[in-house]
Structure formats: structure tokens, C-alpha cells
Design a protein around this ligand. Structure first.
Ligand SMILES: C[S@@+](CC[C@H](N)C(=O)[O-])C[C@H]1O[C@@H](n2cnc3c(N)ncnc32)[C@H](O)[C@@H]1O
Length: 285
């Protein structure tokens, strides 16, 4: 990957995500997903809420038997695996900028499930997809300090590509963090790029405006409390597995992830960050 990326480079993504799966599996729970769970019932456990999120995205993107699904920013491959194994999709393809995630998915050896080490910016599919999902990758698509015009141009190009990659009746389910009720001073102090290098969050309005020319908004929800609870559970999981976590990644990295979970939970509780799920379909069909 080169500096031409509009968002986080492969090197920047590796800084946060390219730790052994054995480390993340200590605290992410059964789903092995590194994004906010969906607490449709406030008393849910982390695993139940993650299962709810997975079901939500597969339903929203209309993943059905025989269809094809793309996951932009596929992590360790949970959604692409479930699409084929639980929903009977004919195939599913993931994109990631983490070599360890790509290798992990390849190692699963699930027929018709594959992952490529490639930014969406350089991707061209062979045939269109009935379903596209992207969960927790949009946060990496623009660099800090980009102008409003540049951000909109990058987001618009992403949505234009997604529309082009979809069948006429295709559906796209997007989950992303967004800037919440935070003024400029607070945004400066939060320093999101210390946790996610070369990355900045979108505004809700930017997502909707950028998608509008190519995609119709079907539904949207904003549940910052979902991420507050998820991050609090992750922090508990990390603390409960402290010794093993330090054995795998060292004390400094352990403290980095613990601090980012605790700090993030507080910011979501205070609604300085939002947690949004958008469902889109192609325009003009
Ligand atoms: C927070 S993780 C989320 C992973 C997964 N979707 C989940 O819910 O656990 C962000 C993912 O986005 C990927 N990513 C970031 N920028 C990307 C880009 N430009 N193209 C493709 N994937 C990207 C990362 O490699 C990583 O897999």
C-alpha cells in the first residue's frame, strides 16, 4: 500500500490490528469481532449482543441462499464465514489491510470464503454482489486534517464504488463510529489518531450526503450506548486475562488496548462518539 491511500495506510492498520488472533480472542468474546455489539435487549451478554449484530447485518444486507457477499474490512472473517455457513451464500469475499487477519481467514479453509489483502480503493470484483457489508472500516477511510471537501470526495467515491459493485436489487449494510456531540476543543483533545493512526471519524451528515447520489438510505440507527457496553465488556475481558495478554503482546500493548477500551467507553457514554448503522440500496431501480 502507498501514501496515495485517502485513508489509513496498511502500516497504520497493522499498528492497531496486526496482533495475534490469540490475543484478541482472549477478550472479544465468541464472535471474534472487533466492533460494537448490538444490545437490542439492554440485559444481553456481550456474546448475545454480538450475535444480534451479526444477524442484523446479514439480514440488512439480505444475505440469502445462493447469493454473493462482500465485506469491506472483514476482520477475522466472522461475517463472511457466517454468510456461507449459516445463510447458504454461494460465496463471500472479504477485504482487509491486516496480513494476520487475511492469513487467519485463509487458515480457516472454509469453502467459498476468501479474504484479500487489499484496500477497497484498489478492488475490482469479477461479478456484482447481492450483498455488501462494512462494519468498523469506514472509520479508516480519511486521514486526520483532511478538508471537508476532500472527506466528502473520498466517502462519495467509496459509495459510488459500492453501488457499482452491487446488483440492481443489492443491499449494503454499513456500521461506523461517527463524531458525536463534541466541540472542536474536545475533538482535538480526544486524539483519535493515537488509537487509530492516520484515521478520522465521519460526521453522520457526511455519510448521508456522500451516499446520496448513488445509494438510497433505507434505514439508520444511532446507538452510542452499544459501544459503551461493548468496550466495558472488552475491558473486563482484558483485565481477566491480563497475564496471558501480556505474555502475547507485552505490557505496553496490553495497557494501550485497556486504556483505549476504558477511554472509549466513557466517550460513548457521554455521546462524544456516535455508533451508527446505515442500510442502503442502489438508487434508480
Ligand atoms: C475494527 S476492524 C473491523 C473488522 C470486522 N468488520 C469486525 O466487525 O470485527 C476494521 C477492519 O477494516 C479494515 N480496513 C481498514 N481500512 C481498509 C481499507 N481501506 N480497505 C479494506 N479494509 C480496510 C481493517 O483491515 C480491519 O479488518
Amino acid at each position: 500500500m502507498t501514501d496515495e491511500n485517502s485513508g489509513a495506510s496498511q502500516e497504520a492498520i497493522e499498528f492497531h490490528y496486526d496482533m495475534p488472533a490469540a490475543f484478541f480472542s482472549l477478550w472479544l468474546g465468541n464472535s471474534m469481532t472487533y466492533t460494537a455489539a448490538r444490545y437490542s435487549d439492554p440485559d444481553m451478554t456481550l456474546d448475545a449482543a454480538q450475535a444480534d449484530k451479526i444477524k442484523y447485518h446479514l439480514d440488512a444486507a439480505n444475505v440469502v441462499e445462493g447469493g454473493r457477499m462482500l465485506d469491506v474490512g472483514c476482520g477475522w472473517g466472522t461475517l463472511i464465514s457466517k454468510a456461507v455457513q449459516d445463510r447458504g451464500a454461494a460465496s463471500s469475499q472479504g477485504l482487509t489491510l491486516s496480513p494476520l487477519q487475511r492469513d487467519y481467514i485463509t487458515g480457516l479453509k472454509i469453502p467459498n470464503v476468501s479474504a484479500e489483502l487489499l484496500s477497497y480503493e484498489y478492488y475490482t470484483p469479477d461479478t456484482p454482489f447481492e450483498s455488501i457489508v462494512s462494519v468498523g472500516a469506514f472509520e479508516h477511510f480519511v486521514k486526520p486534517g483532511a478538508s471537508h471537501e476532500d472527506r466528502l470526495a473520498t466517502y462519495s467515491e467509496f459509495f459510488r464504488r459500492c453501488a457499482e459493485w452491487m446488483t440492481p436489487d443489492g443491499r449494503f449494510s454499513l456500521q461506523t463510529m461517527a463524531w458525536g456531540d463534541a466541540n472542536d476543543t474536545e475533538r482535538g483533545l480526544i486524539r483519535i489518531h493515537d488509537v487509530f493512526p492516520e484515521s478520522d471519524l465521519p460526521e453522520i451528515a457526511e455519510v448521508i450526503e456522500a451516499a446520496h447520489p448513488n445509494l438510497e438510505l433505507v434505514s439508520m440507527e444511532n446507538h452510542p450506548e452499544d459501544y459503551a457496553k461493548t468496550l466495558a465488556s472488552w475491558a473486563d475481558g482484558l483485565k481477566a486475562n491480563r497475564d496471558r495478554a501480556i505474555e502475547i503482546v507485552g505490557k505496553e500493548r496490553y495497557q494501550f488496548y485497556l486504556a483505549s477500551c476504558k477511554g472509549g467507553a466513557l466517550l460513548y457514554r457521554r455521546r462524544r462518539f456516535y455508533l451508527c448503522r446505515f442500510v442502503f440500496k442502489r438508487r434508480g431501480r
